[in-house]
Write a protein that binds this ligand. Structure first.
Ligand code: SF4
Length: 209
């Protein structure tokens, strides 16, 4: 039986050389045009993995998995994206969780921006949209208030915003994931650069599907 993917300590994600290696591997396997695209896409996917447990815990008012890098163990995918995170502890209070999230985000975003050339503000916008998306999946009725409280608690993030289309709520994205730079990929339905009427039309079609 072949061994499963290796786990590594979360502090690896604060290492500029380590992040450079991960994003170069992603770029090579996905045939991405440059490191800025690779860093942005890698972070877009990583946000969901890193933030899901803590944000869901905060939204639910339940136990909050500790996102501190020293309290996390991550598993990588074969393409160097994050597959999974294991949290080794919990945060005592929501403000503790906000502080831990802020610390973790700062420790990863700064070296990732340096390694890839992606703008820190663009990487933070991806965090805001990920918080909104996770909150929406966890508690559609309370997503807006919960996501905005979390973003405000973390600080230095755009406010997650939402839009109602055809009776369904969506995240009103402020970030660009650069997924359309993957060879053969199409534009995102919720792309913030789309004309607002076109975006509403596409979301309405998705709501009805
Ligand atoms: S479609 Fe829009 S959001 Fe998606 S990658 Fe392209 S520019 Fe970014």
């Amino acid at each position: 039986m072949s061994p499963g993917p290796a786990e590594i300590g979360g502090v690896f994600l604060a290492d500029r050389a380590g992040l450079d290696g991960l994003t170069r591997e992603l770029a090579a396997q996905w045939r991405l045009p440059d490191q800025r695209v690779a860093g942005t896409l890698w972070w877009y996917m990583a946000c969901d993995v890193l933030l899901s447990g803590p944000v869901r815990g905060l939204v639910a008012g339940a136990a909050i998995p500790d996102p501190t890098l020293e309290s996390t163990v991550v598993t990588l995918r074969p393409d160097a994206g994050l597959a999974h995170v294991r949290h080794l502890g919990t945060c005592a209070t929501p403000p503790d969780a906000h502080r831990a999230l802020r610390d973790t985000l700062d420790r990863v975003i700064v070296p990732l921006a340096e390694a890839s050339g992606a703008a820190p503000a663009a990487l933070r916008a991806l965090v805001a949209d990920a918080v909104g998306t996770i909150a929406l999946a966890a508690a559609p009725d309370r997503a807006e208030a919960a996501a905005q409280e979390i973003a405000a608690g973390i600080g230095d993030l755009p406010m997650p915003r939402f839009v109602e289309v055809a009776g369904r709520r969506f995240v009103h994205r402020v970030s660009c994931c650069m997924v359309d730079r993957i060879p053969g990929a199409e534009m995102c339905v919720s792309c913030p650069r789309r004309d607002s009427n076109e975006r509403a039309d596409l979301l309405a079609r998705r709501a009805r599907s």
